[in-house]
Write a protein that binds this ligand. Structure first.
Ligand code: ZN
Length: 318
């Protein structure tokens, strides 16, 4: 049973906004495109994982996608999927990597063979081991019980081939297609309940409450300034910016497309790229509006939390 649905991460949403709102000729654009590609591939792998999780019986696990929690030592950690039953927790870490892969147990690296040698892809097994420790102490803190936590690295790209894999690694890694069978085996190995139904429901509530979405400071990360962000409402049909505001509608001068609410997406981009607060003056400039009163009407219609009055009013874009 799914208790937290998967959403795109703030980092992926930010990269998508960056791809729309940084000029393709800007020196930093290639770097944004690379990061966008990496994030999109990761998300694709996670969504593939979700499909195979539909094959496990609905009553066995509560499923949380993309949980990001703070452990008792104030360190944040994010799990691609967390499956939770009366007897244990199961962390799944999706790796969407194609090609010939080898887990080197001596150096603790995942190595991919490339045309001119080898490329290190980090170490997902150690990452899962860290998350297991963090989750164990999280459970102890909020439930007062020691719950066994299991971890699995899931290779989600169907063009991945594992080479020289040892039996001990194979216990920690699985291919996506084998995931339902692996989960069944794990479940059968841990038949004794540690938690009551009531405790499981309580834990579910706390897990959802304590989930903290990630943050990403786009301008700082790419060393960009506000002036380098393309402003205006972008047409959803033909990508032209800016659309014009006329008679309470946004109109695209190129394709003739009309929209009532296209400013919402533009302000979402502003929140992701430039910051979560905006004044009337900043919104007027960003949306290419000619009057402060139209800007005021638009911001008011969005029911945004705000502080201050008149010219000093700041709206929060959450
Ligand atoms: Zn258009």
């Amino acid at each position: 049973m799914i208790k937290k649905v998967r959403e795109k991460s703030i980092r992926l949403l930010t990269m998508e906004a960056g791809g729309r709102r940084v000029d393709k000729n800007h020196p930093v654009y290639a770097q944004i495109e690379r990061e966008l590609g990496r994030q999109t591939a990761g998300y694709k792998g996670e969504c593939a994982l979700d499909y195979y999780l539909t094959f496990i019986p609905d009553d066995k696990y509560f499923i949380f996608h993309g949980l990001r929690l703070e452990d008792p030592k104030n360190r944040y950690f994010q799990m691609d999927s967390y499956l939770f039953s009366l007897s244990h927790g199961l962390i799944l870490e999706s790796k969407y990597i194609s090609g010939e892969l080898e887990f080197d147990e001596k150096s603790n690296q995942l190595i991919r063979k490339v045309a001119d040698g080898h490329e290190s892809m980090g170490d997902p097994i150690s990452q899962v081991e860290r998350h297991k420790d963090q989750m164990r102490s999280w459970m102890e803190k909020y439930l007062g019980k020691v719950v066994p936590i299991i971890g699995q690295v899931v290779l989600t790209n169907k063009n991945a081939i594992l080479k020289n894999v040892s039996p001990s690694t194979m216990k920690k890694v699985t291919f996506l297609t084998n995931l339902p069978i692996r989960i069944k085996a794990i479940h059968e190995n841990l038949p004794n309940p540690i938690l009551t139904e009531k405790e499981l429901r309580k834990a579910t509530r706390i897990l959802n409450q304590k989930h903290t979405p990630d943050q990403f400071a786009f301008l700082d990360f790419f060393k960009l300034t506000h002036n380098e962000i393309i402003t205006g409402v972008i047409c959803a049909e033909c990508s032209l910016s800016p659309m014009l505001r006329k008679s309470a509608k946004w109109i695209c001068l190129k394709c003739g497309c009309k929209s009532k609410n296209a400013h919402i997406e533009a302000l979402e981009d502003y929140a992701l790229l430039c910051g979560k607060s905006i004044t009337n003056k900043q919104a007027k400039e960003f949306l290419h509006l000619s009057s402060s009163s139209v800007t005021f009407q638009i911001l008011q219609s969005m029911n945004l939390r705000h502080t201050g009055t008149k010219k000093g009013r700041v709206y929060f874009l959450n």
